[in-house]
Design a protein around this ligand. Sequence first.
Ligand code: NAD
Length: 549
Amino acid sequence: MPGTNLKTLLIEDNPLHSRLIQELLAKSDGPEFEVDSAGTLADGLNRLAADGYELLLLDLVLPDSEDLETYLRVRAAYPDLTVVILSGMEDIKLAARAVEAGAQDYLVKSKLDGPLLVRSIRYAVERSRAQHAEWESPMFRLAQQQFLKAAHLMGLDDNIRQRLLFPQRTHVVTFPFRRDEHRYVETVAGYRIQHLLTMGPTKGGVRYHHDVNLGEVTALAMWMTWKCALMDLPFGGAKGGVRIDPTVLSRSELQRLTRRYTSEIIDVIGPQKDIPAPDMGTDENVMAWMMDTYSHQMGHTVPAVVTGKPVVLGGSEGRREATGRGLVYLVEEAARHIGMDLGRATAVVQGFGNVGSSAARFLEACGVRVVGVSDVTTGIYNPDGLSVDSLLRHVDENRVLEGYKGGDAVSNRELLEIPCDVLVPAAIQNQINADNAERISCRILAEGANGPTTLEADEILQEKGVFVLPDVLGNAGGVTVSYFEWVQDTQNYMWTLEEINDRLRQILLNGFQRTIQRSERDGLDIRTAALIEGIHRVTQAKLMRGLFP
Ligand code: NAD
């Protein structure tokens, strides 16, 4: 929860305890607590009625309420609130009953110390957020709604429709890893979801992010299924993730985390089972550690267990920049399709990691003026054009865009609304939604990120005549070169960069043409046409294989 402001209510009638806890929370080095306090349950319930509290620290024995009743009254009124019970030594049994009734955790007041208090609360809030989002996540709902819309329009067999709406296999693990400061062992949650096992091994990235949950990873796995099928790749969709902020981890912490996560999911991955790759928050180093951990367990080197590895370990030429490069191949094709001259075009790119920075670089190489970029820390705008090389050097030296002097600082929200010809969301999901779609002013929306646009926004953009390159097509360059890497690894034969790029362009443009043809023939928006292309192939495969037993 980096940079999070946690609005907290403390209901505690002992003023000494109340002050002590507030002092401990004030020293937190993340999240930041914004604490109000109350001495009675009645006062506390009144304050909770004012919107916005996410966390309640609750003493169960108060002047106007006692025992479990205190907790039950709060829970009845606020079913979604994260509640951590503050217990005396003598009340532990009572606190445990509150946890049984749904409180997230309890802490013993006489044993509180600052870092441990903050850490327990952080876990409790993360758990509670994740529980709410496990299946009920906005991203999973978006993936399901997109699928249902496509299924309806293509008249999909209801048996297949039900079968594809949920993943075939979900693996949820929790595991420990030691921080560099040896006092701390973190317990973190990890996932590996395999949406469809019909087409061959499953394939999909691994995401390290503090918001990862089952719903998010499942949505990403489902999109991978359609993407692989649209590109005619012999894979079903999968995705993995660990709920942690990787930007606060040292390199050795990241390595220990990766090795332990890999060993937790080792039974379900493998070159013929499920092949991970990098996604947000992971890179080729993480893939090297995953490959090494898997190989140690197998007793011999197995390069084909992951893709997106360093070239020296059997990675493919061109994989690192494949998603951005592929996106720009498609932007070129889309520009030709709508009669737009890229040499006179401007672009804005949200997200300056693997996908965003390579997309910016290749757009610039096509003669496009990149006028805005952003990362999680800031947006940078310069109507005269930014130098992508100098932005890359700045990020190399400082890790983030913040502090870059070649343009004006803007927020991510403002950045998306800058008028431009090509807008590339290449960061996280749900960036273009009903709130801002009306103000998006571009001719091509090239989705590098997965799920950046909601269904409502899609409709608004369609009315505005924006040409949308949907994620399942736009960012498919990554998995396509991952496929090449897997083929090269299994054949022990390496291709040149030229061969890789030629084949990549061919596969992407083929997918683009089929999508446009379907869209024009059946009067569909491009996203739905792309999804139907993928779903159609999966359906054919399912029907051909038949049902076991
Ligand atoms: P990355 O970790 O390399 O970079 C992510 C970038 O987004 C960083 O610059 C980060 O600062 C920025 N960011 C994070 N949160 C943000 C926020 N709230 N607002 C603005 N910027 C924010 O990740 P990546 O691999 O480039 O992935 C980016 C997106 O592309 C993800 O949606 C991912 O699923 C998708 N994608 C990646 C690949 C791939 O090959 N890496 C392939 C297909 C799709």
